[in-house]
Design a binder for this molecule. Sequence first.
Ligand code: FE2
Length: 207
Amino acid sequence: MDEVIGIFATPLLRAPATLPPGLVDALVAHFSAEAIESNSSSAHLSHTRMLHPSQSPLYGQVAALVTPKVVDFGGLLFGERLGWSIKEMWVNVLDNGGKQAMHNHANSFVSGVVYLTPTAEGAETVFMKSPGGTDFAFRNDHKGTTPGPYSADKWVSPSPDPGDLMLFPSYLMHAVPPNPGGRRISLAFNAIPTRLDSWGYAVSFAG
Ligand SMILES: [Fe+2]
């Protein structure tokens, strides 16, 4: 029998209802007024300043619920349940018409987003293959093609509910298309393992 094997796959973890509704409501109430840092990609997108979870009791509660998931996810990336810490958290407020340009997160290994409000259809987070390359490219995409896991260059994440968590490797490119609906609020964070060891070549991180 023929067999197709998806080698070198990229993990992405969705964990529904990771934050309870009471914590989601408290985060929205506390942080939506603090999202005053503007974003160069959209006048309808703003952020709070970044904080270490220890600097905010609400972020501390989020970190306690999210860190075990990061440990699980890190096991997929590095083949070992390592110690992990969340080194910064912030809240994004995306009003109608706002968008987030394609980007990834530097100086981080696992990044995550928790959705704090409903997300309008069309404003789901989109992940892309790295555009990379400085040479001519060949593609085959048109009405007659059916993108699959090996041919698609982007993936639209399923519509989330408030409290849902998504974890992804920090190098993955992602974006949010123009928001066709009401105010969309999300909490984002970056996490690092305490130590990586490659047969004795080790590096330690401090967040
Ligand atoms: Fe991001």
